[in-house]
Design a protein around this ligand. Structure first.
Ligand code: SAM
Ligand code: SF4
Length: 356
């Protein structure tokens, strides 16, 4: 079938995540760690005698892509339009930090106007959200996900490498005030770093009526310092939250591709989602594709190869030729990631460079 993005495992792609820049103003410990404190944290977790760091795991040296390599808004809109003609319904703008790019509302308006885009969202670290919120809303953005791993400004700084907790809180409140719905907040949980804040973060979600997502730490950090012991399994988080709040599961039978296992608070305000790519992979239902800021299509976060669309976009290819290429690329989507398997290899691109 040529008119949809169906892979060889029978999964049909409906969700396109578009990274619009690889640049970022934060240096999150689990993504682009930079500070001495982050290095010390990881160093303390590798123990030369009991748990030596494998020699092969050299940090990834990233350099921002030259601006000329980044897709122009017209090019992004064209790929989205073609993907939507092939059945994609959801589009999420991400990065790097998407709000570092100029005139993002212009891109939002362009994508919102594409017939068939049923859901347009953005993931942001929130530092600059408040100042752009109204323009984004007016341009047609309906949903926004913030990343906020800590409620304690000092720990926030430890995790993101930057001061900015107050700005992110302001962004979240602004999004609520402007009627973005739902307002989601993501936290990556790292053992020994912010796992002591799990209950406080959940209480924050309930108090502010937020959809809060706890995400397992994945091996996508530029330092390649990830190790399994730093992952707090979702089932452990859930057990703690059930004990503290008596969460009740949300019926998700109509949407098996959702990555989060969702739970409601008994009083009906706010929601918790557990995203467990490491301990309980959901690859069997994956319907996602990723377009990197430099125009590479990725069929999995953990793909070892990506597929360059730029030569087609800049070389005069027709929409039909690009559509045929998308169909062909999707056919080769991998069955799933191999985290935890002996042959697992971390991709050379970090999360900031892929688009989470
Ligand atoms: N800069 C924006 C932000 O932080 O929201 C958007 C890009 S960021 C790469 C997208 C999401 O990926 C964030 O929610 C972040 O927490 C998550 N992320 C980054 N590195 C991760 C990792 N190693 N494991 C799990 N989630 C990660
Ligand atoms: Fe930047 Fe987002 Fe990565 Fe943090 S997670 S370094 S905010 S891209």
């Amino acid at each position: 079938m040529g008119n949809e993005l169906r892979d060889s495992h029978g999964r049909v792609m409906r969700d396109l995540r578009v990274s619009i820049t690889d640049r970022c103003n934060f240096r999150c410990l689990y993504c682009l760690p930079e500070t001495e404190e982050a290095a010390n944290f990881y160093r303390s977790k590798w123990d030369a005698a009991r748990n030596p760091r494998p020699a092969a795991l050299e940090p990834i040296r990233y350099e921002w892509k030259p601006k000329s390599d980044l897709l122009a808004y017209e090019e992004i809109e064209r790929v989205v339009r073609i993907a939507v003609s092939l059945g994609v319904e959801k589009v999420r703008l991400t990065g790097g930090e998407p709000l570092l790019r100029r005139d993002v509302p212009k891109l939002v308006a362009g994508i919102a106007a594409i017939d068939g885009v049923r859901d347009l969202a953005m993931t942001t670290n929130g530092f600059m959200f408040a100042r752009h919120a109204e323009a984004l809303r007016a341009a047609g953005l309906r949903r926004v996900s913030f990343s906020m791993d800590s409620l304690d400004p000092a720990n926030f700084k430890r995790m993101t490498g930057r001061d900015g907790h107050a700005e992110v809180l302001e962004g979240i409140d602004q999004a609520r005030g402007l009627g973005f719905a739902p307002v989601k907040v993501n936290a990556v949980v790292i053992r020994g770093m912010n796992d002591h804040e799990i209950e406080a973060l959940a209480a924050f979600a309930r108090d502010r009526d937020l959809s809060f997502r706890f995400i397992e730490f994945m091996p996508l950090d530029s330092s390649r310092a990830w190790q399994k012991d730093l992952v707090v399994p979702a089932r452990e988080i859930l057990a703690r939250l059930k004990a503290a709040f008596g969460l009740v599961p949300v019926d998700q039978s109509t949407n098996p591709s959702e990555t989060a296992r969702r739970h409601a608070f008994p009083d009906g305000r706010g929601e918790i989602g557990l995203i467990a790519p490491v301990s309980e992979p959901f690859c069997g239902h994956c319907n996602r594709l990723r377009l990197t800021a430099d125009g590479k299509l990725r069929t999995c976060l953990f793909s070892m190869e990506d597929h360059d669309l730029r030569p087609l976009l800049r070389g005069g290819a027709t929409d039909a030729a690009i559509a045929a290429r998308l169909v062909e690329i999707v056919r080769g989507k991998e069955a799933g990631h191999r985290i935890g398997q002996p042959d697992f290899v971390q991709p050379q691109r970090t999360m900031s460079c892929i688009g989470g």
